[in-house]
Design a protein around this ligand. Structure first.
Ligand code: SF4
Ligand code: SF4
Length: 407
């Protein structure tokens, strides 16, 4: 332990929060729960390769049992995502059940079911927050990644939320090579709707692995983003996802810690528990909520989580002057680009990650499951093209919202 000499003798240094969190907590403080793999969109970078519902998804009763557990563990809120969570027929029932059981809900949506009625309902519930995904401040940039019409859908949802009197809901942006030049525009958009901007990092997870090389910000854009965050950080959320950029000098606000299995985890639609929402792979699978002991047993006793909570050595990064804040970056980003977990992040601001990638060692692991509706990796420019090689599919299999009329 580091001590500082005083007239009264050495005073033990007060442990930093981050030092405590590294050893894990009794309950996660950032629990993501993906309710379904079904989605009306087919975003090029979808971290969970969503599209089609999985028939093994948790039933309403099973999902309520998970909420009961979260309440007993005093998990204050859960990040609900998917897929598009609102396409689950019991979505609103589960949302009401969670908030009635003292588990606040923050959910991510592409906006497809945020009608004026839904927006009014959300505005009346103090324990719910909404994140509308938008990956371009203009339709051309957004729709190239999220699909045709997705910008208009998201903007309509934002208008409905603002009109219903909801404040500080989130506009959630995955930062890419194409939208980094739009940071000021995103902020203006958020201000226009009385919303808060949330910027997150693109990871090479799920279908993101297929587009990582083309979409991840360039080195100069990373610097641009870092400078922008320093200037606007007080009003912009990041989910602590850019801590690898702290190696530019000044630490960004946040824990600056990979929380996987320590304070962060994912419950996927079939009840599998992974160390992090961006690490959907057998390597990071800790258990399943359907097993004896449920989620609590997985969180407290899984062998994987015990290992992640043990003291980590810095590996190749240990001698880096910025290791204290960068900590070698994101485990998932390293894993899915084929880099060793104790090596530098692929976007290491010192350039060591790129150097290792150029050396070309190690293949890139594929995600555990793929629920994409397309039988092959998605194109970056999404257009509705007929592919004669593909078997015909029903409207329903093609689009879980087939026939839905939007207001
Ligand atoms: S693996 Fe990456 S995304 Fe997941 S908690 Fe660690 S740093 Fe965050
Ligand atoms: S060498 Fe490692 S600790 Fe240093 S900046 Fe790069 S990723 Fe971060």
């Amino acid at each position: 332990m580091t001590t500082a000499p005083t007239a009264l003798g050495p005073t033990p240094r007060t442990p930093r929060l981050v030092d405590l969190f590294e050893h894990g907590l009794d309950a996660p403080i950032c629990l993501t729960w993906e309710l379904t793999y079904a989605c009306n969109l087919a975003c090029a970078h979808c971290l969970s390769s969503s599209g089609r519902r999985d028939p093994r998804e948790l039933s309403t009763a099973e999902a309520k049992a998970v909420i009961d557990e979260l309440e007993a563990m005093q998990v204050f809120y859960v990040n609900i995502g998917g897929g598009e969570p609102t396409v689950r027929p019991d979505f609103w029932e589960l949302l009401d059940y969670a908030t009635a059981h003292h588990v606040g809900v923050k959910f991510s949506t592409n906006g497809v079911r945020i009608t004026p009625e839904a927006a009014g309902r959300l505005a009346r519930n103090d324990y719910v927050d909404v994140q509308v995904s938008l990956d371009g401040a203009t339709a051309d940039v957004n729709d190239a990644v999220r699909g045709p019409g997705s910008y208009a859908t998201a903007l309509r949802a934002l208008e409905h939320l603002a009109s219903a009197g909801m404040r500080n809901f989130k506009i959630s942006v995955v930062c890419t090579r194409h939208n980094i030049p739009q940071l000021d525009d995103f902020k203006a958009l958020a201000d226009r709707f009385g919303a808060q901007l949330r910027l997150t990092r693109l990871r090479p997870s799920g279908r993101g692995a297929d587009v990582w090389d083309d979409l991840h910000p360039t080195a100069s854009q990373q610097r641009e983003l870092y400078d922008w965050l320093l200037a606007h950080g007080d009003n912009v959320l990041t989910g602590d996802s850019f801590f690898h950029l702290s190696a530019y000098g000044q630490a960004l606000p946040g824990l600056n810690l990979c929380g996987a299995g320590r304070v962060v985890c994912l419950i996927d639609p079939v009840g599998d528990v992974y160390a992090c929402p961006f690490a959907i792979h057998e390597e990071f699978l800790a258990g399943n909520v359907r097993e004896t002991g449920g989620f609590a047993a997985v969180w407290r006793d899984s062998e994987l989580f015990r290992r992640l909570r043990a003291p980590q050595h810095g590996g190749a990064c240990a001698s880096c002057a910025f290791y204290d804040t960068c900590k070698g970056g994101c485990m998932a980003a390293k894993f899915f680009t084929g880099l060793p977990l104790d090596g530098p992040d692929p976007e290491c601001v010192q350039g060591y990650g790129e150097q290792r990638l150029a050396e070309g060692r190690g293949g890139r692991p594929r995600p555990s499951a793929d629920h994409s509706r397309r039988p092959r990796p998605v194109d970056l420019v999404l257009t509705r093209r007929e592919d004669p090689a593909r078997p015909p599919v029903s409207d329903c299999a093609q689009d879980p919202l087939a026939g839905l009329r939007l207001t």
